[in-house]
Design a protein around this ligand. Structure first.
Ligand code: PEP
Ligand code: MN
Length: 338
């Protein structure tokens, strides 16, 4: 069957052509002189045809770059100078949005003192559900984020919302984030596939894992192999968490691909009280990193204030997680950091 498919491909014929299949069926049923009537012949033909298509799809899937086992080495790959996908999990921490120079400076200063691999996250271009809420500082936010990161030697990830701003985001960020709302934006996926910077690809609210992998395939097909997959919760009937954290996604993805997989706990849960056990669960099932939103003044945050740890809370959280416990930083005293 695969040979037939190969011959069809070589002759430029489609794998499936409704008119051609119908004509073949007609010829078969009209020339059948054996014990089977036309209905039986039709049934047998359709079964063979379905099996052949399934086989072709399986073959095509095997050829996907995202499934190559040697895409990422054991030691992971670099985002700036931070290895991800290797033995040590990476913390993706920072505010939901860049808001002011003082805010991002206070948070960057704190993040820089967290031991171990970490990446500063913050949105400048924000994909808000409500058009009347804070939409991000855009280019100005990108500059503030880059400056604060540079002052503290940090690597940054930030979201790119559309193809028009890929260049400006790629110029300032070390890693480009494709948000959940854009996982299906194939033009944007192609555009970040052409950029020489790693990409953090978030799973859409309603996406299957297969769809997430196909979106990653778009980026890889463009020539960019440095893709990190992010489980950030999916939409279910459950209302006690903001989304439903699909913890099984982590081992399932890791069974299929060698790309690093991280878990965004803040957006999945939308609450802080169960962040610690869920973080432990994510690490226990093999997550290569955790994304958590933190803010120096969550009560004054312009977006997602309710789910962001303040700096003290986050230090306690890390301590409880057993993250290099002895050296978890105290937030700087005074100012707006309290
Ligand atoms: C974010 O990380 O800032 C964000 C908007 O997340 P998501 O795309 O997962 O909703
Ligand atoms: Mn947020």
């Amino acid at each position: 069957m695969l040979e037939i498919a190969a011959i069809k491909r070589a002759r430029g014929l489609a794998g499936y052509d409704a008119k051609r299949e119908e004509e073949m069926l007609q010829t078969l049923t009209s020339s059948s002189s054996g014990p089977f009537g036309p209905a039986d012949v039709k049934e047998i033909f359709k079964t063979i045809f379905r099996a052949s298509l399934d086989l072709q799809n399986l073959e095509r899937r095997k050829g996907m770059r995202v499934l190559s086992p040697d895409l990422v080495p054991e030691s992971g790959f670099l985002v700036g100078d931070v290895p991800i996908g290797g033995p040590e999990p990476v913390l993706f921490v920072g505010p939901c949005s860049v808001e002011t120079a003082e805010q991002i400076e206070a948070i960057a200063e704190f993040v820089a003192r967290i031991p171990g691999p970490k990446i500063l996250r913050a949105g400048a271009f924000k994909p808000r559900t409500n058009p009347y809420t804070f939409q991000g500082l855009r280019e100005e936010g990108m500059r503030l984020l880059r400056d604060a990161a540079d002052r503290h030697g940090l690597v940054v990830v930030t979201e790119v919302l559309d193809t028009a701003t890929v260049d400006v985001v790629a110029e300032h960020a070390d890693m480009l984030q494709i948000g959940a709302r854009n996982m299906y934006n194939t033009e944007l996926l192609k555009a970040v596939g052409r950029v020489g910077k790693p990409v953090l690809l978030k799973r859409a609210f309603m996406a299957t894992l297969e769809e997430l992998l196909l979106s990653a395939e778009y980026i890889l097909a463009g020539g960019n192999d440095r893709v990190v997959l992010c489980e950030r919760g999916i939409r279910t009937f459950e209302r006690t968490t903001r989304f439903t954290l699909d913890i099984a996604a982590v081992p399932l993805l890791k069974q299929e691909v060698s790309l690093p997989v991280i878990v965004d706990l803040s957006h999945a849960l939308g609450r802080k009280d169960i962040m610690l056990p869920c973080a432990k669960a994510a690490l226990a099932v093999g997550a290569n990193g955790l994304m958590i939103e933190i803010h120096n003044r969550p009560d004054q945050a312009l977006s997602d204030g309710f789910q962001q740890f303040d700096l003290k809370e986050f230090a306690v959280f890390l301590d409880n997680l057993g993250h290099h416990a002895a050296t978890v930083p105290e937030p700087a005293l005074g100012g707006r950091n309290g």
